[in-house]
Design a protein around this ligand. Structure first.
Ligand SMILES: Cc1cc2nc3c(=O)[nH]c(=O)nc-3n(C[C@H](O)[C@H](O)[C@H](O)COP(=O)(O)OP(=O)(O)OC[C@H]3O[C@@H](n4cnc5c(N)ncnc54)[C@H](O)[C@@H]3O)c2cc1C
Length: 271
């Protein structure tokens, strides 16, 4: 079953996938091994099964992935490409949706439990308007929970491109353990010449890095230059609150680019 929030996205995406049927690739899935075992189960690396090169995309865009579930149904979900373009593979980061009080997420659970290295998946070409525009002005990247994935792709690209524009990152998560790409995000920010990081955890515990704040994201201390461009991604309640704050503080609506991830993965539970 599609989540309520995914329905409009899938409706909007399916015709485009259908129209680009020849572009729809069957991709191998290969796991990444790096120094962070806690992330291994979340990361999926995709490359065309026919050996051709992966298509270019703009940092922040997503692909639609089709799962063939055990009951025979085919379900499609969207996953942001979570690394900079220009690599031999596409990378997606899939958070398994598993809450005690609700049914498990169908596709995220299927990917975690059934997808095996070397499997072939049907994956769309990259889509999406939340895509980093080139320029020199200041950037503000704001995310919550798994909404971090397009922001990591953007940061990765900014580092790859050696940009010097000012970059401020705001991220909110439930706990440091829930924070996908935590170390990678910190490392990428450290590689940028003019960057700031505002980090909030609802439950910081012992793992929170120095400088992280307790509670929900609060933009009060975040500088908002007149020419700032904002990219925003996360669950709907978070997006509503943050976008409202930005507009109240004078950021023009057209400067705030955003993407709502389908289900309300963590903020919604607390409301
Ligand atoms: C543009 C875009 C980019 C995205 N990028 C990412 C990304 O990079 N990484 C990522 O992890 N996710 C991303 N998502 C979210 C992703 O597409 C999926 O929505 C997510 O993985 C959950 O899908 P699922 O099939 O596992 O859950 P679903 O099966 O769709 O379930 C979603 C929620 O609905 C609840 N539910 C289902 N059935 C019922 C029922 N009968 N009664 C009550 N509750 C029910 C489930 O418990 C769950 O909480 C993105 C979404 C969009 C739109």
């Amino acid at each position: 079953m599609l989540s309520e929030q995914s329905v409009p996205v899938v409706r909007a995406t399916l015709p485009a996938v259908g129209a680009a049927i020849d572009d729809k690739a069957r991709l191998f899935y290969r796991k990444l091994f790096d120094a962070h075992p806690e992330l291994l189960s979340d990361l999926f690396l995709l490359r065309p099964a026919d050996g051709s090169a992966v298509r270019p995309y703009r940092p922040g865009q997503y692909v639609s992935v089709q799962a063939e579930l055990p009951d025979g149904s085919r379900q499609i979900r969207q996953y942001s490409l979570s690394a900079a373009p220009g690599r031999p593979e596409w990378r997606i980061t899939v958070k398994r949706v598993r809450d005690a009080d609700r049914p498990e997420g169908e596709v995220s659970s299927w990917l975690h439990t059934h997808a095996r290295v070397g499997d072939v998946l049907a994956v769309s070409v990259p889509f999406g308007d939340l895509a980093l525009e080139e320029g020199n002005g200041p950037l503000l990247l704001i995310s919550a929970g798994i909404g971090v994935t397009p922001m990591v792709a953007m940061l990765d690209h900014l580092v790859d491109a050696g940009v010097t524009r000012p970059v401020t990152v705001v991220h909110a998560d439930r706990t440091p353990a829930d924070h996908a790409h935590r170390d990678e995000q910190t490392r990428l920010l450290a590689a940028l010449p003019d960057a700031r990081f505002h980090l909030w955890y609802e439950e910081p515990g012992d793992l929170a890095p120095h400088g992280a704040s307790a509670g929900r994201a609060d933009l009060t201390a975040v500088e908002l230059p007149a020419d700032v461009t904002v990219y925003l991604c996360g669950p709907l309640p978070f997006m509503r609150a943050v976008r409202g704050d930005l507009l109240r503080r004078g950021v023009p609506a057209e400067a705030v680019h955003y993407e709502v991830f389908g289900p309300d993965l963590w903020l919604g539970r607390a409301q």
